[in-house]
Design a protein around this ligand. Structure first.
Ligand code: NAP
Length: 487
């Protein structure tokens, strides 16, 4: 697959400088002739000779004749023409440029057509070497439909280029190698972006490693909403690179009502696994083929694995937190206070109890804490009792979202209420040092931060996605190194 870098120009100096950069980064360049200012053919010919990369020359409707004058001398490898071109014009291009391949393109900057099959069939009424469908999916389901369609067409031949535009089209760019496309586009930087949502060469190569992927590579990803601020994809992709795994990890914004259709498309791709985040951890359960008993008891799933053609749900949040905590101290027989009654609280209370702790749950909304406590057979106390409980606590697990986000200084627990004998854990991973964690350190408490929980659950996800392939030591080392490299 060629990584094709658009050269938008518009002036000769810009074209020259963009081509110099592209030569180091890409395997093909696209001359957007429709965006170029009047540049003499001799100048372009000079560049053509001195920059030995294959060229896609992109034309726009109505001016084909004008471009042909240039192209006869420039002899690009591919000429990209728009659907709507007249049959006679197409014949003229083929006659004048007998060595060039012709790509016939369809663009929809607003929607994704319902019936891609009919669209391609209509396009094929005009004979071309390649066809390109560049459309605008409005959600991840549409984007995956595009991926599946292009992949199926390219199963034999590889002549269809599929491009997803805008934010929701992103996965149809990242999964280009898995779609079997002959080429995909990536810009030098934002100032050279020629289509909405086009990603930079740096992102495509250095984060998602498209150059290492192929039709048979495995796909993993995060589903939830919002996902744009989540950074786990950087760690997972770094680990795949360290372990030379032909796999990629992407992020997708999905709502609960899209889950059924999304997983149906994912099944067609044999998508290998997912991390699941808010608000889908509970709502995803009915769409799965099987749920691990611990995840069932917790009532939430944070990991999905494609096992024997079935999607199986697991929950590694609690294990992640308790592994991070028990790396410092064992919880067996100790008083373990959980503040919060949401998804993280359930998973952590479940696992702490499994490991022999005496678990007490408190939450702003008492009824939620009561429901959790009844389900997991642990103790519940009113929120007002927290201060008193903290005097006795061996462990405090803060699992609410209070204090989440950079610059957030909120906390539910005043420093004076903390005993220095208590190990304080905060599930919040961003920021790593929440106000609570700083207060606890100041009081002389041992602390465990939420990023450790994330890391522990992430490597368990990896082991579930790729069972028995690497030793636990190797996985741990790879995740620790990847995590240390993140900004
Ligand atoms: P959730 O299901 O929405 O639960 C949120 C909890 O926070 C509820 O108990 C809620 O209490 C409480 N809460 C929210 N605002 C509050 C306030 N102003 N005062 C008191 N309590 C408040 O969320 P979740 O999925 O459990 O996630 C909770 C936190 O854990 C988030 O910060 C998340 O990022 C973090 N987390 C971290 C990891 C990791 O790997 N480090 C994994 C999962 C989650 P009510 O019931 O009264 O509304």
């Amino acid at each position: 697959m060629f990584l094709c870098i658009p050269i938008p120009g518009p002036g000769l100096d810009s074209v020259r400088s963009q081509m110099t950069q592209a030569l180091k980064l890409g395997t093909m360049i696209e001359w957007r002739l429709d965006l170029f200012e009047e540049i003499a053919t001799e100048e372009l010919l000079f560049l053509r000779r001195h920059y030995p990369l294959p060229i896609v020359a992109t034309l726009k409707k109505h001016r084909t004749h004008f471009y042909l004058r240039h192209l006869q001398q420039l002899q690009p490898e591919i000429v990209d023409v728009e659907l709507g071109i007249r049959r006679e014009e197409m014949a003229e291009i083929k006659k004048e440029l007998p060595h060039a391949h012709v790509m016939l393109s369809y663009h929809d900057h607003l929607h994704m057509p319902e019936d891609l099959n009919s669209l391609l069939h209509d396009m094929q009424q005009l004979s071309a070497d390649y066809y390109k469908i560049a459309v605008t999916p409005h959600n991840a389901v549409e984007a995956l439909k595009l991926v599946n369609f292009v992949r199926e067409v390219n199963r034999v031949g590889g002549t269809l280029v599929g491009v997803g535009m805008d934010a929701d089209g992103e996965i149809a760019r990242l999964l280009a190698p898995i779609m079997g496309v002959p080429l995909t586009y990536a810009c030098l930087d934002e100032s050279c972006q020629t289509a909405p949502g086009q990603l930079s060469v740096d992102t495509m190569r250095n984060i998602y490693r498209v150059q290492d992927l192929s039709f048979d590579s495995q796909i993993l990803g995060l589903i939830g909403d919002p996902v744009s601020k989540r950074r786990g994809y950087l760690v997972h992709n770094d680990v795949f690179e360290q372990l030379s795994l032909p796999a990629v990890y992407v992020r997708m914004r999905i709502n609960g009502h899209e889950l059924g259709a999304f997983l149906q498309e994912a099944r067609a791709l044999k998508w290998k696994g997912f991390s699941v985040t808010m608000p889908l951890k509970e709502t995803v359960i009915p769409y799965l083929d099987k749920v691990d008993p611990a995840a069932k008891a917790i009532g939430a799933v944070n990991t999905i694995v494609w096992e024997d053609e079935q999607y199986v749900g697991y929950n590694f949040d609690g294990i992640g937190a308790l592994e991070a905590i028990e790396a410092k101290r064992r919880v067996k027989g100790k008083l373990f206070i959980v503040v919060g009654a949401g998804g993280a609280a359930k998973a952590i209370a479940y696992e702490a109890k499994q490991r022999g702790a005496t678990v007490v749950v408190v939450n702003r909304t008492y009824d939620r804490a009561k429901a959790l406590a009844d389900k997991l057979s642990v103790t519940v106390q009113p929120f007002q009792e927290l201060q008193k409980l903290l005097q006795e606590a061996d462990f405090l697990a803060q699992t609410t979202s209070v204090g989440m986000g950079h610059g957030n200084e909120e906390t539910l627990i005043t420093p004076q209420d903390l005993s220095k004998e208590t190990l304080v854990f905060d599930a919040i991973a961003i920021p790593t040092e929440t106000r609570l964690i700083r207060d606890a350190m100041f009081r002389g408490c041992e602390v465990v931060t939420g990023d450790k929980m994330w890391l522990e659950q992430a490597r368990r996800q990896f082991s579930a996605w790729f069972p028995g392939v690497f030793s636990e030591r190797k996985i741990l080392d790879a995740y620790e190194l990847a995590n240390s490299r993140q900004p």
